[in-house]
Ligand binder design. Sequence first.
Ligand SMILES: Nc1nc2c(ncn2[C@@H]2O[C@H](COP(=O)(O)OP(=O)(O)OP(=O)(O)O)[C@@H](O)[C@H]2O)c(=O)[nH]1
Ligand SMILES: [Mg+2]
Length: 371
Amino acid sequence: MKRSHDIPRPPLTERCVLVGRAERSRGTTGSAAAAGRAAAHPHAAPTRPASLEELARLAETAGARVRGTIVTRPGPARPATFIGKGKLEELKQLAGEVNADMVVFDDDLTPAQVRNLEKEVGLKIVDRSELILDIFARRARTRESRLQVELAQLEYTLPRLTGMCETDRRIVRERIARLKRELEGVERERETQRARRRRAFRVALVGYTNAGKSTLFNALTRSQVLVEDKLFATLDATTRQMVSPERQLALVTDTVGFIRKLPHHLVASFHSTLVEAIEADLLVHVVDGADLHFRRQIAAVEEVLESILERPRPTIMVFNKADLLDGAESAALAAEFSDAFVVSAQGGEGLGELRSTIWEQAAERAALHAT
Ligand SMILES: Nc1nc2c(ncn2[C@@H]2O[C@H](COP(=O)(O)OP(=O)(O)OP(=O)(O)O)[C@@H](O)[C@H]2O)c(=O)[nH]1
Ligand SMILES: [Mg+2]
């Protein structure tokens, strides 16, 4: 993986070893029913802690092949190498055995830690933020998202360019300034479009990556945006019309998914697009109800929303993938989250009720504006 900004890039083909911490406590995520399903769920591998399971998916999304995992005890990190001596030896041995050429850390490392680890282990060291930035760089398609990703990558890289001379660092800083100016231009262009859309009732789909936002978007708007069993399939927001049987109109926006520990440079550079996308009259928070860890995913999404929205928005919660749940599990969800909807965006189950609620809210807003 290169740290520069030449996008798009070839897929990673590296064999990697993951390093992450053990979970502090068990049983705080998912319902008992979901826990019982853990072994059967395609994304769950009970031998790895949840955050590492997700890191493995991120690494695979970036094209790397996961060959081994090192789990460290929770606790304070070592300033020099993040992990202690014993774990470092274990890592070197495992990396040698599986012939790895890259090590991916689940936590963010300081520039010094990366340098020290690279020297000690003799392999490329990548942290979670860098991995996510790399995936975004590969997947950015529009001019705006490419600018945003490049900006985030350069801001991430700048403090890490220790080997570079001052002239080169200045070139990077100038490039950052230019990207920011270009982005401001793109944002002004969008402002015109935005003013036109203000009158319509606007619904934004938000949620954890891979929850099924794009699938639901397609169902609600009869569109065909990309749906994939991959993290961050969607990067650029798409807005389409949704039409009621009475020919009422609403605008629905599909957005980028969130993830735990989203790199803050990324949130910063995507800030304006995100705000625009989710400055809707109604947020539909899509949750993968079949994911064992849906609770922590809800918390992660709420955290990002709070950090970017000036004030809370009316939100409805939708538990998706009901077709993967049995009757008791769906009922338990519905009982616990009594205001939420339990649907299958793929199969259509529960979507009628969700649509009706959206139209009710649209009518309420229209009535409010008419007075
Ligand atoms: N079984 C089942 N799978 C679903 C359902 N909805 C979506 N999926 C699958 O979940 C995966 C992710 O769906 P997407 O719609 O791409 O999810 P997303 O939230 O847009 O994901 P990102 O854009 O990557 O953040 C795909 O493999 C879908 O086919 C559902 O109701 N049931
Ligand atoms: Mg999507």
